[in-house]
Every structure is written in C-alpha cells, then in structure tokens.
Write a protein that binds this ligand. Structure first.
Ligand SMILES: Cc1cc2nc3c(=O)[nH]c(=O)nc-3n(C[C@H](O)[C@H](O)[C@H](O)COP(=O)(O)OP(=O)(O)OC[C@H]3O[C@@H](n4cnc5c(N)ncnc54)[C@H](O)[C@@H]3O)c2cc1C
Length: 469
C-alpha cells in the first residue's frame, strides 16, 4: 500500500483528491511570474490534495501525515509569488479554503478562519458593521487571509497602516502543530512575527484575530504626468500629508500605463506616467489641488465618471502592487519584476538614477508605504528579462547604489528576504514541526542552521521531488 493509500484510509470522510490534473493544478501558485522559477519548478507536484473543514479534521490530517512521514504544504488561494505554496518534497497540499468561517465581527476586531477569501471577509464586515480590513493584497478576490498572513507582506492600506508585520496589524494567531498528537497554540505579541511571512513552515494557521478600520467609499483617481520624475516626486510629496486619508498610492512609469492597462487605456495618453490613488471622499479635493500644482492631469476619477465610462473596469488596485506585473505580462511575456527597497534618506534620487541607468530594462513602479513611523518608496519595477546572469548583474548594481533587493526569483525564505537562518523561526519550527514535514525546502535554516546569507544565491533544495514524467 502506498503512503497516500494509507493516508486515505486514515482520513475517513475528509476529502482527499489524487486526480493527477487536480493535484498538478493545486501544486502551483503564481511562481510563473519569475522566468527562473518557472523553468526550475515546472514539474513540482504533490501526491494528493486534502481539504479539511474544521480544526478537528485538520488535526486528524496532521496526525496521519506525522504517522506516515508525509510532507504537508498549506495552500490558500495559491496566489503567492515565490513558489511559497508549492510542495517541493511532494506529499500533501492542504487546501485551506473550506476552513473559512467568519467567527465574529466586533468593534474594531475580527475573528476568522484562515481559508476565508479577503473580498468575502470585507463584504461581510462592511455590511454587518461598516468596517473593513486595514489592508489587503491586490489579489483580494482570490487570496485567503491565512495565505496573506503566512505569505504576504502588505498592500492596499499600507500607505496608512504600515506593513502587515507591524505590531497591532495582526492581533492573534492560532496555530496547529505537526506532531504525533498535534496541538493548537495561540500566539500573540512577538511570536506573531515569527509565523507571519514564514510560508507555513512552522505551523498551520487555524484562526486569525485582526483589527478592523472604518470603511470608506474609496474614490479611485488616476493622475497623469508628462515625465516620470514629476509623477514619482508628486507621489512622494503627497504621501507625506497625513491629513489626506489615502488607502493606496502608487507611481507607474510610461510606457506601462498606456501600454499595459488595457481597460483603462481610454482615459490615458501614450507617454503618461501615472499616480494611482485610492482616497477617502473628503481627501479628494485637497489632494487634487496639490497634484494640479505639481503638473498633474486628472485622467480618471471614479466619483464623477459616468456609469458608461466605468463599465467593465477592474478595481484600480488591479493596476498596482504585483498586478502591475500581471497587466504587463498579459501584453508582453518577456517582462518580470524586481522588489527593491530604496535608501530612506533620499529615495527619489535612487528612483531617478535607476530610470537613467536602465532605460531599456526597467520600467519604474513605486509603492508608497509607511513602516515603523517612516515613509518608504518601495519599488516593484517591471524588468525586461534576458538571462539569469544579467538579472544578477542588475541586482548587484542596484545594491551598489544602496538599494536592498528582495529577490522574487528564489523559493527560500532566507534568499528572498536577504537574511541568514533565523533562530526564532527555527526554534518555533523545532517545537511545532519536529520532523520538518511542513513545506520542506523553503527554509534553508532547517537544512543548515548556520546558514549565513549569500548574495550570490544558488541554493538548491536537495529533496526537490518532481511529478512522474
Ligand atoms: C498579481 C499579484 C498581486 C499580488 N499583490 C500582493 C500585494 O499587494 N501584497 C502582498 O503582500 N502580496 C501580494 N501578492 C502575493 C499574494 O497574492 C499574497 O501574498 C496573498 O495574500 C497570498 O494569499 P493566498 O491565499 O493566495 O496564499 P497562498 O499563495 O495559497 O499561500 C501563501 C503562503 O502561505 C502559506 N499558507 C497558506 N495558508 C496557510 C495557513 N492556513 N497556515 C499556514 N500557512 C499557510 C502557504 O503554504 C504559502 O507558503 C500578489 C500576487 C500576485 C500574483
């Protein structure tokens, strides 16, 4: 009997799917945004998909996988970018989307199961309490709240509330361990940060407590500028005005807006450099007055556009964050992206230098965010890919300029986050997953606890298992 047959026997009524097509489909996420990962991981596959409905069922699955030594990789919406939800060692993909109950909506506090899709959560919190999540990724319609916490970092809302990791943005997590007798543990305070953005390697999130914010009828604004640095500088200046209640602020360089934003193209001119803004209704007039002084032209505003004009438009945040890359990929499959932190003292100097040094390879994209009391210009530029060697060269040049490049073309936590083995994450993993069965291959520190970050990269997980040819 194979280990999956043995697992099926132990799971009783809990759904397990071994159809090759389904398994292969659910073994992938948005890893293909990276041409390097696309090639490297195209054959990765689990052996089965298991879909628990409740904590009780989940604990039963985890106990069975412990007994049979089966690797377990959690999956929410599968929108993560760095192969975070891909089962490198095979085994089981845990489809968390059936664990999606909204347990309570209080005054400023939400308790929810991890598999709830974020747009559904917000529809309910808005309707029942006039509140919304503080932030969401631009994949709000398909991403789950558990996947956002385990894989994401911030997004629409981070201009006001900071990044997801900041104290107060996640209030409590409940985690299931993978042991002989799996346990449920509640984490608050510092321990939350050890689970957040850990790709599910140190426990399966089963319940989440999050803060809520007062909901607004967000106004979508596109403000166009003739040159890139005018747009970027106007965005940077705007971001500093705390009195303007913004939910989203991004600057995107020409030719991307007219070239790639197909359904908004009718509002744009060739050569437009764009600020994409979500603003509270009471912020619209003052912010437009400021941007007009900076030379901006209002290309679109949702509060005055006709129904005819708005027909068929995606939400404006579908042009921002990594959706900018998605819009570009629809038109030009040679495009990928980089993730670049700019020096906080003078980010606009870095933005200008990048535009000047890499005019044929990089198209600028700045997300303005707050973090720990400071404002940052965080870059998600489009990058015209030619080879891995050239990409390394460009990243090296950006780092020499004082920028920090978070590599979206690798699958390990350490290489992606430019860090060595993290003792706190490792310690929790040793306690919650002593056999190392949770999402194997994503944490170099598990294989090599002394791992020091090597910018040259090149780590290959030795246990990589591919689908049978
Ligand atoms: C077009 C596009 C735009 C994006 N925009 C943003 C953005 O604005 N901000 C941002 O932060 N990210 C963004 N992302 C990345 C991704 O969409 C988000 O991080 C999203 O929140 C992931 O949610 P998911 O449910 O799809 O997670 P998945 O991709 O399914 O999983 C992500 C990680 O979480 C783990 N995981 C899932 N559920 C659990 C659980 N219950 N317990 C433990 N681990 C779990 C998985 O194993 C995996 O490691 C974007 C991606 C794309 C393709």
């Amino acid at each position: 009997m194979s280990r999956i047959e043995a697992l099926t026997e132990r799971l009783g009524e809990i759904p397990i799917n071994t159809s090759e097509k389904v398994v292969l489909g659910k073994s992938r996420d948005s890893f293909w945004y990276s041409p390097i990962l696309k090639e490297k991981l195209k054959d990765v596959s689990a052996e089965a998909i298991v879909s628990p409905y409740s904590e009780e069922e989940l604990l039963q699955v985890l106990a069975a996988c412990w007994a049979l030594d089966i690797p377990v990789t959690a999956r929410g919406g599968g929108t993560g970018n760095y192969a975070q939800a891909m089962p490198l060692a095979g085994g089981v993909v845990l489809d968390m989307r059936r664990m999606n109950a909204i347990k309570s909506i209080g005054d400023g506090v939400l308790v929810v199961e991890p598999g709830a899709v974020m747009s559904r959560i917000e529809a309910e919190t808005r309707e029942r309490s006039g509140q919304e999540l503080r932030m969401h990724p631009s994949t709000r319609e398909s991403a789950t709240i558990g996947g956002f916490i385990a894989g994401g970092s911030g997004g629409v809302g981070s201009i006001r509330w900071g990044m997801l990791r900041e104290p107060g943005n996640i209030l409590r997590l409940r985690l299931a361990t993978l042991e002989e007798e799996p346990r449920l543990i509640d984490l608050t305070g510092d321990e939350i940060a050890i689970v957040h953005h850990s790709y599910g390697v140190n426990g399966i999130i089963t319940e989440v407590e999050l803060p809520l914010a007062p909901a607004q009828d967000w106004v979508e604004l596109m403000v166009a500028f003739d040159d890139w640095m005018s747009a970027a500088r106007a965005g940077w200046a705007l971001a500093h005005h705390e009195g303007l209640w913004l939910k989203q602020l991004a600057a995107i360089q020409a030719p991307a807006p007219h070239g790639y934003f197909a359904r908004h193209r009718k509002f744009l001119r060739e050569g437009d450099n764009l600020l994409c803004i979500l603003a509270a209704p009471n912020a619209v007039r003052p912010l437009l007055e400021l941007l007009r002084k900076d030379g901006g032209r209002v290309a679109f505003r949702s509060d005055t556009a006709s129904d005819e004009d708005k027909k068929g438009l995606p939400p404006l945040y579908h042009l921002t964050w990594n959706h900018t890359t998605l819009q570009a990929l629809k038109v030009d499959p040679e495009v990928t992206y980089l993730q670049v932190g700019t020096p906080p003292e003078d980010p606009m100097a870095a933005v200008a230098e990048i535009a000047q040094r890499f005019p044929d390879e990089i198209v600028g994209h700045v997300e303005f965010v707050r973090s720990a009391g400071r404002l940052y210009a965080s870059l998600l530029p489009l990058y015209r890919y030619s080879s891995e060697a050239r990409l390394r060269e460009v990243v090296g040049a950006l780092e020499a300029m004082g920028c920090g490049c978070y590599n979206p073309h690798v699958y390990t936590y350490e290489e992606g986050n430019r860090c060595g083995a993290d003792p706190a994450r490792l310690d929790l993993k040793r306690r919650a997953d002593p056999k190392g069965l949770l999402n194997p291959g994503k944490m170099i520190g598990w294989e090599d606890p002394d791992y020091a970050y090597d910018p040259a990269g090149g780590y290959e997980y030795p246990g990589l298992r591919k689908a049978a040819p």
